[in-house]
Write a protein that binds this ligand. Structure first.
Ligand code: NAD
Ligand code: NA
Length: 396
């Protein structure tokens, strides 16, 4: 069938298999162009199908020849209806890995559940023995708690007071004021339950209990800080509480891995267009201004450039891993450069529907958004019939 983008609000309902495959190929080419990374050889990526997790899987596989197991929650295609982008990304990744002689298998299901954890542990046991790197890159709006059975929903709200600021609808380019009411106590608890560190620790505990972690194994989860502009709704809002919890969990996991000399890290990454970040008010306006500045300065990065730098210049240099005063790895260093932030803050004041096309990178934002769903890639013939029923046997 011929597949075109179909938008509803902040999501795109369709995705393009060939475009997703192109995105994966482009990322693989980028990693190969940067040379070998002396990294982990057996890698588990939780949240492996899109965004930072997919780039982590590609970097491990094509930068260090790693065997990878990916866990994600995606929709396979059915006749006449495309699958989700993450499904096509993963299918393409597995095809490319197999062509390159690299082990790659995936498990599609709810990573928060006991069943999917058990299935993953069984696969590691039978195929890889032990894992030496676990990337934890889940972004989810809900978590069904495996012990209590409670369904937690995360929210993106300020704490304590109403937040009012500018935002942009990136589809129409209209800049308007948005107000978000403060959260309840329950919202905080729920958001921490979904996006905090409990599930990360559960994964590591389960792997350790079954002796599936290699000596010196490490694990990395992803966080975000961002500027004062977005602080009230992000870092000091409900999601920030969850990120604080995630960051604190890294220390607990490191303690629990003492006996095998293992370590847990949080890497603070740059703001990027992903399905998750497009849904947060204010963030799209910030990103469109940030992109403009970072592109002008020649320091713009996407997920793959960020993760390549994380692996090559932070995790696997052969020296001690550099961290900030809170023990976090920082690859948001270029985003947070004072000169970059000063310029964004100045543009922020000027941003209106009329000025944004000039002072912001709305075009770049939209392209990145469509790219998430496999659209607008060079080298893909979108007028041609696409085969949406891609089949891959290594995804279970
Ligand atoms: P994403 O939406 O692109 O990826 C989320 C992944 O989680 C996908 O692979 C999805 O299939 C998987 N997933 C979601 N729910 C699942 C479930 N129940 N079971 C199994 N898999 C599930 O998100 P992303 O933007 O790459 O975010 C990954 C991490 O990076 C998050 O912790 C996020 O906060 C962090 N981060 C994002 C940004 C940004 O700007 N996008 C910046 C810094 C840090
Ligand atoms: Na991810």
């Amino acid at each position: 069938m011929i597949i075109e983008p179909r938008m509803r609000g902040f999501i795109c309902l369709t995705s393009h298999p060939d475009g997703c495959a192109q995105s994966v190929k482009n990322q693989i080419e980028y990693i190969k162009s940067k040379g070998d990374i002396n990294g982990a050889k057996k890698v588990l990526v939780i949240g492996a199908s899109t965004g930072f997790g997919l780039s982590s899987r590609i970097t491990a596989a094509f930068g260090s020849n790693a065997a990878t197991i990916g866990v994600f929650f995606e929709k396979p295609p059915t006749v006449g209806r495309p699958g989700s982008p993450g499904w096509y990304n993963s299918a393409a990744f597995e095809n490319e890995a197999s062509k390159a002689g690299l082990y790659a298998k995936s498990i599609n299901g709810d990573a928060f559940s006991n069943e999917i954890k058990k299935q993953t542990l069984d696969l590691i046991k039978s195929d890889l023995g032990q894992i030496d790197l676990i990337i934890y890159s889940l972004a989810s709006p809900v978590r069904l708690h495996p012990v209590t059975g409670v369904l937690h929903r995360s929210v993106l709200k300020p704490i304590g007071q109403k937040f009012t600021n500018k935002t942009v609808d990136f589809h129409t380019g209209i800049v308007s004021e948005v107000s978000i009411e403060p959260c309840t106590e329950e919202d905080i608890t729920n958001t921490i339950a979904v996006m905090g560190g409990e599930d990360w620790a559960m994964w590591i505990d389960a792997l350790k209990a079954e002796n599936l972690l290699a000596e010196g194994a490490s694990t990395v989860a992803y966080s975000y800080i961002g500027p004062s502009l977005t602080e009230a709704v992000y870092r000091k809002g409900t999601i920030g509480q969850a990120k604080d919890h995630l960051e604190a969990t890294a220390f607990e996991i490191t303690d629990s891995l003492k006996s095998i000399g293992g370590k847990a890290f949080v890497s603070v990454n740059k703001a990027l267009v992903t399905q998750a970040s497009s849904a947060i008010p204010v963030i799209p306006l910030y990103i469109s201004l940030l992109y403009k500045i970072m592109k002008e300065e020649g320091i713009h990065e996407g997920c793959i450039e960020q993760i390549q730098r994380l692996f090559q210049e932070r995790l696997y240099t052969g020296n001690e891993i550099p961290t900030d005063e809170k023990g976090r790895i920082r690859i948001d260093d270029w985003e947070m450069r004072p000169d970059v932030q000063e310029k964004v803050a100045a543009l922020w004041k000027l941003a209106t529907t009329e000025t944004l096309p000039e002072i912001g990178d709305l075009i770049g934002y939209k392209k990145d958004f469509l790219n998430l769903f496999g659209f607008e890639f060079e080298g893909v013939d979108y007028a041609a019939e696409a085969n949406e029923m891609v089949a891959v046997s290594s995804i279970v």
